[in-house]
Design a protein around this ligand. Structure first.
Ligand code: KIV
Ligand code: ZN
Length: 391
């Protein structure tokens, strides 16, 4: 089986529809440019029937980046599909993404429809969408809580109707990795080469990345994900994490994507500057502390050989460099390195003195800034840094 995995970015749709993440049309255009530079394969630009703003954003992105593979979401309804098709008119490679829920709980309480009616709606939606686009994705919302026999029936029927990608979302982030292996594996065997199988995992139990990777191992070849993992409730599968897992662990996950990984951090930063929040500091790959070391033992190992405590080069994800944080857990080795970086030529005995001073000061602080360290050095040794002398 081909090992190329397509990255379907839904930052501008599923991501944008979550609290604190709404974007204006011009913000979406800026973010779309960055996503294209990042190398995402498909860019879901919005849900045109949902609002005029969403319609305009899909239209503007389709016109401005007409060569890009742009997707627009629609429910399995005639008006939705027509609106999506209209918004995508400027795109050279449009994808209509239509969905309907298939789990009994959604059928009974939300849609109030029978399985037969939903099957009919799904086939009708795909058939109509194919009149506007050669590339049609069908999503069986809440697939992971759907009866597998019924799900297989729906999948076969939508592919027969012309769906080129079949997405099996874990809409409520409930399923475990082994359940993904079983369900995705079954659908991959059922559909063979007739369609690409996609996964769309939410992170309610913190399993979205693991579930997406497991699904790829079971035969999925498209991952739906977002920058910084933004999205409904606890978010979607984080693009940067899932891509770097495949890149760093090629030995276990021998799959390829077209992502330019050096653009991951810039994309994360841009998104944070547009929406109301950034990733938490300890977020993998793009968090402020993802390449920061404070513990003395770690700093010492890192300074001897980076591979002791870093599994990837920060520059490979666009982070300029690792950071050694000087705090109460730090060691002499990192302090000596920082003093040298600040332009001080100090003896071992001077470093020892400064170290004692620094650890007692750092006991009550979260970390020391360069100016504070410089002050201590000047006070303890009376020396000036090389750059201060030159000035
Ligand atoms: O979570 C979900 O099921 C979705 C679909 C619309 C793909 O976002
Ligand atoms: Zn979703």
């Amino acid at each position: 089986m081909d090992n190329r995995v397509y990255i379907f970015d839904t930052t501008l749709r599923d991501g944008e529809q979550s609290p604190g993440c709404s974007m204006t049309v011009s913000e979406k255009l800026r973010m779309a440019r960055k996503l294209i530079e990042l190398g995402v394969d498909i860019l879901e630009a919005g849900f045109p029937i949902a609002s005029d703003g969403d319609f305009e954003a899909v239209q503007a992105i389709s016109r401005e980046y007409s060569w890009a593979h742009v997707a627009a979401l629609s429910r399995a309804r005639k008006l939705d599909i027509e609106r999506a098709a209209q918004a995508l008119e400027g795109a050279k490679r449009p994808r209509i993404h239509t969905f309907i829920a298939t789990s009994d709980i959604h059928l009974q309480y939300k849609l109030k429809k029978t399985r037969e009616q939903v099957l009919e709606d799904a086939v009708a939606a795909v058939t109509l969408a194919r009149q506007y686009a050669d590339d049609v994705e069908f999503s069986a919302e809440d697939a992971m809580r759907t009866d597998p026999d019924y799900l297989e029936q729906v999948c076969r029927a939508v592919v027969a109707a012309g769906a080129t990608t079949v997405n099996l979302p874990d809409t409520v982030g409930y399923a475990t990795p082994d359940e993904h292996t079983t369900l995705i594996g079954r659908m991959a065997r059922a559909l063979g080469d007739s369609a690409i199988i996609s996964v769309h995992c939410h992170d309610d139990l913190g399993l979205a990345v693991a579930n997406s990777l497991t699904s790829v191992c079971a035969g999925a070849r498209q991952i739906e994900c977002t920058i910084n993992g933004i999205g409904e409730r606890a978010g979607n599968c984080s693009l940067e994490e899932v891509v770097m897992a495949m890149r760093v662990r090629q030995d276990r996950l021998p799959y390829q994507t077209a992502i330019v990984t050096e653009q991951l951090y810039p994309a994360s930063q841009l998104l944070s500057s547009i929406i109301e929040f950034g990733p938490q500091p300890n977020k993998a790959i793009v968090g402020e502390n993802a390449f920061a070391h404070e513990a003395g033992i770690h700093q010492d190992g890192f300074l001897k050989n980076k591979a002791t405590y870093e599994i990837m080069d920060p520059r490979s994800v666009g982070v300029p460099e690792s950071r050694l944080v000087l705090g109460k857990h730090s060691g002499r080795h990192a302090l000596a390195q920082r003093c040298a970086d600040l332009g001080f030529d100090l003896s071992r005995e001077e470093i020892d003195r400064i170290y004692t001073h620094l650890t007692s000061l750092a006991d009550n602080k979260k970390g020391l800034r360069n100016e504070e360290i410089t002050d201590i050095i000047v006070r303890e040794t009376g020396k000036q840094s090389a750059s201060a002398v030159a000035n």
